[in-house]
Design a protein around this ligand. Structure first.
Ligand SMILES: Cc1cc2nc3c(=O)[nH]c(=O)nc-3n(C[C@H](O)[C@H](O)[C@H](O)COP(=O)(O)O)c2cc1C
Length: 246
């Protein structure tokens, strides 16, 4: 690949029951900011448009990962799982494919009772295969949230998403950003504005910083991976097997 061909895709995933709300607007603007870095294409998906069942806790994903590890060895990372690795046949298959194809992921959810809403958590639970197969390990990510109040759960929501992204093996490259959808974050509605979140200039600025950081890091990660491949040092690195060097 020539340097001119370097480009990345950032996938934005919004998890809230509300379509066209503040959270979706926040993510749309974040994807625009990411595109402004250049060589970046984006896609936004809303979890409400997909049929996503709860994780059944069957652990079939884990068993399949372990079975493949037995065949190929513990030092092969990511574990070469082919395709969709979940016993539940629903729209998560489409979303897993999009995640695997992306170079960066932005998760966006509102604060619901001091943390993330059920839609986002259900989606996260259904990503357990990635925790064990590390197929997302060369991707970058950051979380975004919108709340009524400045200080009523935004940090918890950001942490819940950031830690989940880390657990899935992604590289979280920013604290992310929180914004408020009420006047000064005091819970007072802003009338006559479709997307009140845009009045929160601090939140909008933090969001732009987080999104551009994700875009830049995705480009750097991809460039680095290409350089490593060229140098022939990517085949077997960082495995979980025993240290056998002399
Ligand atoms: C069930 C529910 C619980 C909420 N809990 C909180 C909360 O704990 N803290 C907060 O600041 N805002 C809370 N909110 C407000 C939302 O975070 C806020 O309205 C946000 O803008 C929603 O995003 P949306 O406009 O995309 O729907 C809650 C809203 C709902 C519907």
């Amino acid at each position: 690949m020539r340097p001119d061909d370097l480009n990345v895709k950032i996938l934005g995933i919004v998890g809230t029951p509300i379509k066209d709300g503040n959270c979706q607007y926040f993510l749309e603007r974040a994807l625009q900011a990411a595109e402004s870095v250049g060589r970046v294409t984006t896609e936004l998906i809303h979890l409400r448009d997909y049929r996503i069942e709860y994780c059944a806790g069957c652990e079939s994903c884990l068993r399949r990962v372990h079975k493949i590890q037995k065949q190929v060895g513990l030092d092969v990372i990511p574990v070469p799982v082919k395709g969709y690795n979940c016993s539940i046949k629903d729209d998560m298959e489409i979303i897993h494919k999009k995640m695997l194809e992306a170079d960066g992921i932005l998760l966006a959810a509102p604060v619901y009772i001091a943390t993330i809403p059920g839609q986002m958590k259900t989606f996260i639970d259904r990503c357990r295969t990635f925790v064990h197969d590390l197929r997302l390990r060369d991707k970058v990510a950051a979380p975004l949230t919108v709340a009524f109040f400045r200080n009523a759960g935004s940090d918890t929501a950001l942490q819940a998403m950031a830690l989940s992204l880390l657990a899935m093996g992604l590289n979280v490259v920013s604290f992310g950003a929180s914004a408020v959808s009420t006047k000064e974050g005091l819970g007072i509605p802003i009338r006559d504005t479709r997307f009140a979140v845009k009045e929160d200039l601090i939140g909008m600025t933090l969001m732009s910083m987080a999104a551009t950081q994700v875009a830049r890091s995705a480009l750097q990660m991809k460039a680095g991976r290409i350089a490593m491949e060229k140098a022939g040092i990517l085949a077997k690195t960082g495995g979980w097997g025993p240290v056998t060097g002399d």
